[in-house]
Design a protein around this ligand. Sequence first.
Ligand code: PEP
Length: 279
Amino acid sequence: MEHSIESYIKNLVRETIGQTISDVQTHNGRSNYVIANWKMNKTLAETADFFEKVTCDDTVSVVICPPAPLLYLANNMIKQQVKPIALGGQNVHWAEKGAFTGETSTEMLKDVGCEYVIIGHSERRQYFHEDDEIINQKVRQSIKAGLIPIICIGESLEQKNFLQTEQILTEQLIGALKNTGSSNFIIAYEPIWAIGTGQSATPERAQETHAYIRSVLKQLLGQTADSISIIYGGSVNEKNAEEFSSMPDIDGVLVGNASLNAETFEEIINVFAKGEQNE
Ligand code: PEP
């Protein structure tokens, strides 16, 4: 892979002052993100292999979120290969430190090279009983520590069928953002019925929902809402990514299954990178 001088310098800046690489703006003033959520997948060898293979340029902000034990290696691989890729945790604890066996702190994530952290994923809400109050504490601790939270919200199939989507999203947004005093976060709209099912939302429906989310953010934060990236997640793959990328309020994607394979993930990155170049 060829590395531009520009991406080399960006990496240096990132290492030196901890600045994020997401300085690429779309026409609407927001960054486009392609974020990988590996969930509980991959060994050390598979992680090394992925970072050797995956290539991207810096016209889109690429963030990889591996499981915690793989972060150290992932960070080393990114530095060694000088790739314009940022790292994120999949979860974090709300306390600064202490007696919380099995947990990971914001300081630990930062120390190992993370700039981002996923908070409130539906699998955490479902299997680990995380409610809006816990999610809010995690968001606040992350912002305090200088991590950018990727806040996941989304309705279940039942809620969708009962036409409760807007109500649920509003509650989740207000719950997560209470007393945060920051606009330095990303919202990931992930309808639960679309995650890992192969049944993604239609791009038109996702666009409508993103526009609604932005209207709620406007109520909460005023015009700043226009600068917040809202990304879509739920069965995104290399075949449907293009349609999502053409929607004005869809500022990128959060990808589960299709992010595990370097070639497939790269195809998705290229869709959004191309989108920015074309604007
Ligand atoms: C996810 O779990 O965040 C996700 C989007 O998964 P998938 O792409 O596999 O639906």
